[in-house]
Design a protein around this ligand. Structure first.
Ligand code: ATP
Ligand code: MG
Length: 333
C-alpha cells in the first residue's frame, strides 16, 4: 500500500512516560505506523536543555522510554526509532535555521515563558532553551516530514516550524521542505492530578510503569468537585477532574457515572476507586510488556543502532541540499 506521507515525532527522555503521552500522542504514533512512513526520535538534546544540571539519568531514561514505546505498540519493523544525538545533522540544520530565525519569533512562543516560570529550579532561562523550537523544526525538516503527531502544547512549535520553512524558501528561492502539519488525538491535552497539563516535570502524572499500589494512592488523592461536601450533595461532573478521566478511559461508563453523580447516588470515593481499577487495567499490560523488554537489554541497543544508520543516511542527503543552498562545501558519503 502506498504510504500517505512521512511522520516525524519525538519525546524528551526526562522521566517515565505517562497516561498523557499514551492518549495525547502514542495512540496516534502506533496507528500511523501502517499508514505513513514513520520516524520516532528520542530527543536527548531537548532533554538536556532542562536537565543539564544533573544529566546522570539520561542513558537510563533513554532506554526506559524506548521500552515504553515498544510496550505501547511501536515496532522497529514498521518505524524508524533512533536517538537525536546519534545524528549530528540535527545540530547542523538547527544552526542553519537559527541563522534565519528572528529573535522575536522565538521570544513570543508561549511555552518559553511558561516553562521558565514553571521550572524555576532548573534555570531554563538559557540561550539553548530559547532555541528549543528551532531545534524541533530542524528535527522535523531533516527528514522532510509532512505530518507531526503531538499533543496540543506543541502547536505553537509547529507554527514556528512552518514560518521558518517559509522564510528559508523565500530567502534562497528553493523548495526543500514540506510545511509540516500537526495531528492531534481526540485527547490532545490530558490534565494531571493537579489539573495542570500532565507532565513528567510537574510530578503530577500517572506513569505507564506505575505500580498498582501507587496508582491507587494517586487516584484516591485526586481532587473532585470542590463544591461537593457530602455524598448527598449533587455533584458537577463537568468541572470534576475525575469525571474527565472517565471520558477518556471509560467512555462506556460516562453516562451512568454522570447520572449517579448529579443525582447524589455515588460518592467521590467510590468514583475514584472505580477509576483506579480502570486505569490499572489500562497500564497493567503495558507494564508487563515493558518489564519483558527491559529484561532483554540487547533488543533496545540493536533497535537504536539500526535506527541510527537509517536516520543518518536520510539526514546526510537533506543536509547536503541545505549546504548546497547556503553555498557551504558538500559533504561526501
Ligand atoms: P516534560 O515535562 O519533560 O516536557 P512532557 O510530559 O511534557 O515532559 P514531552 O516529552 O515534552 O513530555 O512530550 C512528548 C509528547 O507527548 C508531545 O507530543 C506532547 O505534546 C505529548 N504530551 C505530553 N504531555 C501530554 C498531555 N498531558 N496530554 C497530551 N499530550 C501530551
Ligand atoms: Mg513537554
Amino acid at each position: 500500500m502506498a504510504k500517505k506521507g512521512r511522520i516525524f515525532s519525538g519525546m524528551r527522555p526526562t522521566g517515565p512516560l505517562h497516561l498523557g503521552h499514551l492518549v495525547g500522542a502514542l495512540e496516534n504514533w502506533v496507528k500511523f505506523q501502517d499508514e505513513y512512513d514513520c520516524i520516532y526520535c528520542v530527543v536527548d538534546w531537548h532533554a538536556l536543555m532542562s536537565e543539564y544540571k544533573d544529566p546522570t539519568e539520561l542513558k537510563t531514561n533513554i532506554r526506559s522510554m524506548v521500552a515504553d514505546w515498544l510496550a505501547c505498540g511501536l515496532s522497529p519493523d514498521k518505524s524508524l526509532i533512533f536517538v537525536q544525538s546519534d545524528v549530528p545533522e540535527h545540530l547542523e540544520l538547527c544552526m542553519a535555521f537559527s541563522i534565519v530565525t528572528p529573535i522575536p519569533w522565538v521570544e513570543r512562543v508561549p511555552t518559553f515563558k511558561e516553562q521558565v516560570e514553571a521550572l524555576q529550579e532548573k534555570e531554563v532561562y538559557t540561550y539553548a532553551f530559547l532555541g528549543y523550537p528551532v531545534l524541533q523544526a530542524a528535527d522535523i525538516c531533516l527528514y522532510k516530514a509532512d505530518t507531526v503527531p503531538v499533543g496540543d502544547d506543541q502547536l505553537p512549535h509547529l507554527e514556528l516550524t512552518r514560518e521558518i520553512v517559509r522564510r528559508f524558501h523565500n530567502l534562497y528561492g528553493v523548495q526543500v521542505f514540506p510545511e509540516p502539519e500537526a495531528r492531534l488525538t481526540r485527547t490532545p491535552r490530558l490534565l494531571g492530578l493537579d489539573r495542570r497539563k500532565m507532565s513528567k516535570s510537574y510530578g503530577n502524572f500517572i506513569a505507564l510503569s506505575e505500580e498498582a499500589v501507587s496508582l491507587n494512592k494517586k487516584v484516591l488523592g485526586m481532587v473532585t468537585d470542590e463544591t461537593r461536601i457530602r455524598k448527598s450533595d449533587p455533584g458537577h461532573p463537568d468541572t470534576c477532574n475525575v469525571c474527565s478521566y472517565y471520558r477518556v478511559f471509560a467512555q462506556d461508563r460516562v453516562e451512568t457515572v454522570e447520572k449517579e453523580c448529579t443525582g447524589a447516588l455515588r460518592g467521590c470515593v467510590d468514583c475514584k476507586r472505580e477509576l483506579a481499577e480502570i486505569l490499572e487495567n489500562t497500564v497493567k499490560p503495558i507494564r508487563a510488556r515493558r518489564e519483558e523488554i527491559l529484561g532483554n537489554s540487547d533488543t533496545i541497543d540493536a533497535i537504536l543502532a539500526d535506527g541510527k544508520a537509517r536516520a543518518a543516511s536520510i539526514a546526510r542527503d537533506t543536509m547536503n541540499e541545505v549546504r548546497d543552498t547556503l553555498h557551504l562545501p558538500l559533504r561526501k558519503a
